[in-house]
Design a protein around this ligand. Structure first.
Ligand code: FES
Ligand SMILES: [Fe+2]
Length: 358
């Protein structure tokens, strides 16, 4: 399944720009779910997401300029306000009203967590999912990055909640291929996604903690949460051995095979005990290990659970497929069968994956 084939994904909120960078362009183009838009900021007001093209002769509105609270088209100078209404047409005969059809569509926009968010479908909430560590705990929150990754947004979120790849993908940081097994863990459905708590015993994270002993092992609890199918939350708790932190992963689908991957971190410690630069220098190495693998993944994401092989350690990512399947009435039956889908359950006759030679 490709992201543009899942109509319900239009109803989610996506981060389409950073709000925490002074000097950002007053008008820019945005591509979301394979369609183009214009993002602009009227004066000091809240940003506006509008149509990509001018209703007059199809100029790119992102090539226009902002004059006070108006967006001015670069081609013939028509001016639009923040509601999308055309308020000035320079060529109009004196006394003639602006034709009502000379307007552009706009979509809701909110600024939160250092980002500009929008929804181009029918949103069921007034903004993106809440980031608990930012809202409730008042931890130090920062946008780690907002950048294009050439991978399906579904693959990016799937990777965020995947439990068994670190031993291999992250062998350059905290992974250890000689310890590939994932301990048993519980998973529960939440109102909008899933939640799991996975105990971890890791080596190699010392540099992130400022620990001179790089070989020290840390026992930590990883709390994995899907806030919806495009937003994940990971909380790492060290039980007093080191300051806790959390990070939020949001994937904004540009099109089927490229995405804006947005990572927001929340640190529990003050700067002197948990310096951001130290935290991020290590986390950056980890994320780039994921990027290499993800940019080689298939943009066709199999929502039908019978198309892949699943192990018990894959509970989170199997549930992710169920959640996606529920957005698609046509594969609801396959989703219902997912409880039987794990191929390594004791006593279960392992069936070949579709297309295998077995
Ligand atoms: S194309 Fe925009 S004003 Fe003519
Ligand atoms: Fe990873």
């Amino acid at each position: 399944m490709r992201v543009t084939e899942i109509e319900a994904l239009r109803d989610l909120w996506y981060a389409v720009a950073r709000a925490d960078q002074p000097g950002a362009a007053a008008v820019q183009s945005v591509r979301l779910l394979g369609e183009d838009y214009t993002l602009w900021r009227p004066g000091a007001g809240r940003p506006v997401l509008a149509d990509a093209y001018c209703p007059h002769r199809g100029a790119s509105l992102a090539a226009g300029t902002v004059d006070g609270d108006r967006l001015v088209c670069c081609y013939h100078g028509w001016e639009f306000d923040g509601s999308g209404r055309c308020v000035t047409i320079p060529q109009l005969d004196q006394g003639r009203p602006v034709p009502p059809r000379a307007c552009i569509r706009t979509w809701p926009v909110v600024e939160r967590y250092g980002l500009i968010w929008t929804c181009v479908g029918s949103p069921s909430t007034d903004g993106p999912p809440a980031f608990a560590e930012a809202d409730e705990h008042r931890w130090r929150v920062r946008v780690d990055f907002f950048e294009q990754w050439d991978a399906s947004a579904l693959r990016i979120i799937d990777n965020n909640i995947d439990q068994s790849h670190p031993a291999f993908v992250h062998r350059g940081t905290f992974g250890d291929p000689s310890r590939p097994r994932v301990p048993p863990y519980e998973l529960e459905r939440s109102a909008t996604g899933l939640r799991a708590r996975v105990p971890q015993d890791v080596e190699g994270v010392g540099p992130q903690m400022g620990d001179a002993d790089e070989g020290r092992r840390y026992e930590r609890m990883q709390e994995v949460e899907l806030l919806d199918v495009m937003h994940s939350r990971i909380r790492l708790s060290y039980a007093g051995q080191a300051p806790d932190y959390a990070f939020y992963g949001s994937a904004t689908p540009i099109d089927d095979s490229s995405s804006i991957y947005v990572r927001v971190s929340a640190l529990s410690g003050e700067e002197d005990v948990q310096p951001y630069a130290m935290f991020w220098a290590y986390s950056r190495r980890v994320t780039l290990e994921d990027k290499i693998v993800l940019e080689g993944t298939n943009p066709d994401f199999p929502v039908e659970v019978t198309r892949e092989v699943h192990l018990r350690c894959d509970k989170t990512t199997l549930e992710y497929r169920r959640l996606l399947a529920r957005l698609l009435p046509g594969v609801a039956r396959a989703a219902a069968d997912a409880a039987e889908a794990m191929d390594d359950l004791p006593g279960r006759q392992v069936r070949p994956a579709a297309g295998s030679a077995a």
